[in-house]
Write a protein that binds this ligand. Structure first.
Ligand SMILES: C[S@@+](CC[C@H](N)C(=O)[O-])C[C@H]1O[C@@H](n2cnc3c(N)ncnc32)[C@H](O)[C@@H]1O
Length: 282
């Protein structure tokens, strides 16, 4: 598939609105984005220059979290709102710990899924990897379709990934109800990984600018909903929080030598404006 070619647009791709998956890809330095996404991203960066490093820091937490889950012996992952494949994809991290790992990706953006499928065709194994187009809010349908791939075994612990996605859902979507349903479906010994934007305890300057970015997103095809520490923590009800519990994204088990992006927040972790945690189903 041609990338960045304004004349070649894959079927189902909406170029009338900037799209979060493609904007996020642009923040991370990827190439699966179009002019409308880049213009939107550039405006967000102008308002809030940290937005690109924040995307990187979030992605790095995802990597450390998946590695931790895989190190506990979990070999299968369901990544919801997986995005456009980019640096450190879940199946690659899982495979680096256990080469027999399994992974199903789900996203509601056709471009993200088309690219995931191309990547998996090139480097994946159809018995161990799949990418599905779907809306993660339709929990039972997603669960059924994910199991229908034959990639996941519902009797064995799983890692459920909700990285940087729940903030697209407002109260009408009942995000806590959605996550509760996934928690119920997961077998014992499973993990949930979540990262989520907040303004709770974020330095004021960051808070004001983030509010401007939030308003900009309102004009794209999605709105953003920040949540408090208490609201974030409730996503893990009934699960045991993995040490160090609910923390700022760069504080979740940082590597001995953090990347330049994570290092940038060492002095002021709340400036990362996002919480991170892992929970385990007893
Ligand atoms: C900010 S990106 C995060 C990508 C990846 N999880 C990460 O952390 O690097 C959010 C992704 O969630 C997807 N998304 C948003 N709403 C969704 C929904 N209702 N169902 C499935 N995916 C959704 C977007 O298309 C986008 O790819």
């Amino acid at each position: 598939m041609a990338q960045n070619d304004p004349d070649i647009v894959p079927e189902g791709v909406d170029l009338d609105h900037p799209n979060p998956a493609r904007i996020y890809d642009w923040y991370l330095g990827g190439t699966t984005n179009w002019a409308i996404d880049r213009e939107f991203g550039a405006k967000a960066v102008e308002t809030f220059p940290m937005v690109r490093t924040l995307a990187r820091v979030g992605r790095e937490f995802l990597g450390r979290g998946v590695q931790h889950i895989a190190n506990q012996g979990v070999t299968q992952f369901l990544d919801l709102g997986s995005g456009v494949p980019t640096v450190g994809n879940v199946h690659e991290i899982a495979d680096s710990v256990n080469p027999d790992s399994r992974c199903v990706y789900v996203d509601n953006e056709p471009v993200a899924i088309a690219h995931s499928q191309v990547l998996l065709e090139r480097q994946g194994d159809p018995t161990r990897h799949a990418a599905l187009h779907g809306d993660l809010r339709k929990v039972d349908e997603i669960w059924e379709n994910a199991l229908d791939t034959g990639v996941l075994n519902p009797t064995q612990p799983m890692g459920l990934i909700l990285s940087g996605v729940l903030y697209f859902f407002g109260p009408d979507d009942d995000p806590h109800g959605i996550v509760a349903r996934y928690r119920d479906l997961l077998p014992s010994g499973s993990y949930i990984l979540i990262s989520h934007m907040t303004v709770d305890g974020v330095p004021e300057e960051g808070e004001i600018k983030r509010e401007e970015v939030r308003k900009q997103y309102e004009r794209s095809s999605s709105r953003l909903f920040v949540r408090s520490r208490e609201e974030f923590t409730r996503f893990f009800d009934g699960f045991e929080l993995v040490d160090p519990g609910v923390v700022w994204v760069p504080e979740w088990r940082p590597e001995e030598r953090p990347s330049p992006a994570t290092e940038e927040y060492r002095e002021n972790p709340p400036a990362s404006s996002a919480f991170a945690a892992l929970g385990r189903k007893p």
